[in-house]
Design a protein around this ligand. Structure first.
Ligand code: KG4
Length: 318
């Protein structure tokens, strides 16, 4: 990133987890170790920048898998030391929250004004965050059990559709009837979420249906995905509408892997125009975990004078 503008964004995806139906922490750390040097070299090459031109290195301190965080943290420290430049740690969620501020050369800016609300939905988090400026946030509500991405992934596993579940369910749901199978929604006070009940209700529903008809899954996959997905989106939107009403903030963004979901994006746009919100959605490639969003968050922290000590330790939960 040069003066806040993105110059390259290289992602090494880890297909190694597909065979296990979920991320295997030890395999993730090993893949990070193998990938980090080639990925950083490629990012510099594509940006047309040599290491000596760098003025700061941003890295993810957490939350996440400790082994993977250790690889990135150690690498950032070593590179910072070798180049004699500062390092800045970033909360990975802060990256998702600021993804809308990733500026690409030649692309029009589409940035919310402060304060705004961010629906932060990923495999590990489901939160509504009030963002007052690039460095100050308040979590208004969050899940008390599973994250919504986890609900997508577990449902996919239950239906035998593979991992990660979100993209598969998203694709199948496009040909399904979202109103065919109603699933019960939780009643949680305030702006908090819960997704474990809806997952259990799918489990029992499928078990009973299969007992009556062994072909049920095969013949109803699309409708099941569409109905389950609609329930999750309804739950997300109910609380978001409440948050807008309570705060009076009509600038709304979304971030995290689940914000790549087509039906969620359509629904956010539709609710936005119906209710007079201004909705800003990051490009799909910036919704799942990526280095560009860490660079943006690090850039703002760097401008504010933040620096990380060499003993900054990674943390799995922040
Ligand atoms: O933000 P992310 O890449 O990683 C973290 O959890 O930090 O999010 C991954 C999650 C997974 O649960 C995945 O199933 C979900 O995002 N996801 C989606 C879609 N693409 C990814 N969920 C619904 N629809 C999608 N299109």
């Amino acid at each position: 990133m040069v003066d806040g503008e993105l110059r390259s964004n290289v992602i090494a995806s880890q297909d190694v987890h597909k065979a296990y139906g979920g991320v295997v922490p030890e395999l993730a750390s090993r893949a990070h170790e193998l990938n980090i040097v080639p990925v950083v070299s490629e990012a510099l090459r594509r940006a047309g920048v040599v290491p000596a031109e760098l003025s700061c290195i941003a890295f993810t301190r957490g939350p996440g898998l400790l082994g993977s965080l250790l690889v990135g943290t150690s690498f950032a420290k070593a590179m910072g030391l070798a180049l004699d430049i500062p390092i800045v740690d970033v909360n990975h969620l802060q990256g998702h929250i600021l993804a809308q501020f990733i500026r690409q050369p030649g692309a029009a800016r589409h940035e919310p004004s402060f304060p705004y609300l961010c629906l932060l939905v990923s495999g590990g988090n489901s939160q509504i965050v009030r963002v007052d400026d690039p460095l100050h946030y308040e979590i208004l509500g969050q899940t008390i059990d599973d994250a919504v991405g986890e609900a997508f992934d577990k449902c996919s596993k239950m239906l035998g559709l593979g991992y990660p579940g979100g993209p598969v369910i998203d694709a199948l749901a496009k040909n399904g009837d979202p109103l065919r199978f109603p699933f019960a929604k939780p009643h949680i006070p305030g702006l908090d979420y819960s997704f474990s009940g809806v997952k259990t209700s799918l489990l029992y529903f499928v078990r009973d249906a299969l007992a009556r008809d062994p072909e049920f899954l095969e013949n109803n996959k699309e409708d099941l995905c569409a109905s389950f997905q609609k329930t999750l989106i309804d739950i997300l939107l109910d609380k978001l509408v409440k948050a807008v009403r309570q705060t009076g903030i009509r600038e709304v963004t979304a971030g995290g892997g689940v914000s790549a979901n087509s039906a969620l994006r359509e629904r956010l746009e539709a609710e936005g125009s119906r209710r007079g919100w201004r909705v800003y959605l990051p490009e799909r490639k910036f919704t799942t975990d990526n280095a560009a969003m860490i660079a943006v968050a690090g850039y703002y922290r760097y401008l504010a004078g933040e620096r990380s000590p060499l003993d900054a330790a990674p943390v799995s939960r922040l």
